[in-house]
Design a protein around this ligand. Structure first.
Ligand SMILES: Cc1ncc(COP(=O)(O)O)c(C=O)c1O
Length: 398
């Protein structure tokens, strides 16, 4: 469809990237092949030299992937996208494409645990300087960006405190301070249905598509979205040569299927989350609810400005602190104790000992993660049933 970029989100999530199949298949088939045969040596050489379009080897490209990559590019409002083997594969492939010796990174001080570990341990280990900053403090951010800054990296809402960062303000400031800095946003918690960072000035979006993009809890995968030139560079270097973290064709097929219902799933997730957040807000065992949809939450106004809906991730501090966590959470009967998010099932976890277990006590403090913080990925069950289950578990603390 020629003008797919002018269509509505629902139309795009169904039709973008669709290709004419030689057999008329309506659904993109799974091209489960590692390599592609050439008609001649000349053709193979021409494809390697990028003088002829066509596929060579699935690590460099595959028709099932191409379709879903085109769809993600359209949904995020980017020129191009590339599928990866995981969210961490997306993040590492994107940063390896950019970094040169001597470059520095400015990163948000509240990040998913493995991303934080990558920036706080692994990058310094191999010689890259990383400055951690609270991105809601624009003066501190401004002070951290210098002429060596190659990447400005953040998530919003942040995992697991749901801190909301003003995407437009951060992009504007970063580019003013250093026009060559690449602003990279992890859009996992929102999905493109709720928020499109590229349209607010970001250069690159990364995703753990394991979460809302797939939405069914049965794949590990990721995406990088950005300009055509950057995605070409990721294909040719970061992904193809440095990480090899490519998405497999079966996964691309599953993602294509999942994306077709993204808007419907997000609407249900968000409606449920709002009801759950209101219930938790009034429960006497709960000290604080971290949810961008609640008016008394710090990020409420910015979330309203840059998100279609406030999402379906929330966290709570229990009045009883760390001791109350095990006591209450072990009583859940419907909600499952598990990491990950964006699945049909409501998932509950304890960041300090699970997703953010590699954080030191000081890292937890700097990230705003308390020992009693419980993170909830509100699922797509009936809201009343989720609330009933949380109520019986939390009532046991009274
Ligand atoms: C915000 C965020 N980014 C990235 C990742 C990493 O994604 P994956 O587990 O697909 O590698 C996660 C995983 O939980 C996440 O929550």
């Amino acid at each position: 469809m020629e003008d797919i970029r002018n269509k509505g989100f629902a139309t795009q999530q169904i039709h973008a990237g669709a290709k004419k199949d030689p057999y008329g298949a309506l659904t993109m088939p799974i091209y489960m092949t590692s390599t592609f045969a050439f008609d001649s040596v000349q053709q193979g050489s021409a494809r390697f030299a990028l003088k002829e379009e066509g596929y060579v080897y699935t690590r460099a490209g595959n028709p099932t992937l191409s379709q879903v990559e085109e769809k993600m590019a359209v949904l995020e409002g980017g020129e191009a996208a590339v599928g990866t083997a995981s969210g961490m594969g997306a993040i590492s492939s994107a940063i390896w494409t950019l970094l040169e010796a001597g470059d520095e990174i400015v990163a948000s001080n509240t990040l998913y645990g493995c991303t934080f570990a990558l920036f706080s341990s692994d990058m310094p280990r191999i010689g890259f300087k990383v400055h951690f900053v609270d991105f809601t403090d624009l003066d501190a951010l401004s002070a951290a960006i210098n002429e060596k800054t190659k990447i400005v990296y953040f998530e919003t809402p942040c995992n697991p405190t749901l801190k909301v960062i003003d995407i437009e303000a951060v992009c504007k400031l970063s580019h003013e301070k250093n026009k060559n800095a690449c602003v990279m946003v992890d859009n996992t918690f929102a999905s493109p249905y709720l928020q499109q960072p590229l349209k607010l000035g970001a250069d690159v979006v990364v995703h753990s598509a394991t979460k809302y993009i797939n939405g069914h809890g049965d794949e590990i995968c990721g995406f990088i979205v950005g300009s055509k030139d950057f995605i070409m560079a990721v294909h040719g270097s970061g992904l193809k040569e440095m990480t090899g973290a490519v998405m497999d064709p079966h996964c691309a097929f599953m993602i294509n299927r999942g994306l077709g219902t993204l808007d419907l799933r997000m609407e249900k997730h968000c409606a449920n989350a709002m009801e759950v957040a209101k219930f938790l807000h009034d429960h006497p065992a709960v000290e604080k609810v971290y949810y961008p949809g609640l008016e008394d939450f710090e990020g409420y106004e910015i979330a309203k400005k840059q998100m279609r809906l406030p999402g379906a991730m929330l966290s709570i501090d229990l009045r009883g602190g760390r001791d109350a966590v095990g006591e209450a959470i072990n009583k859940l009967k419907l909600c499952r104790i598990a990491v990950s998010l964006g699945d049909a099932e409501t998932l509950v976890e304890h960041p300090a000992t699970m997703t953010h277990a590699t954080h030191s006590a000081q890292d937890l403090k700097d990230s705003g993660i308390t020992e009693g913080l419980v993170r909830i990925s509100v699922g797509r069950e009936d809201a009343a049933d989720i609330i009933d289950d949380l109520k019986q578990a939390l009532d046991s603390l009274l």
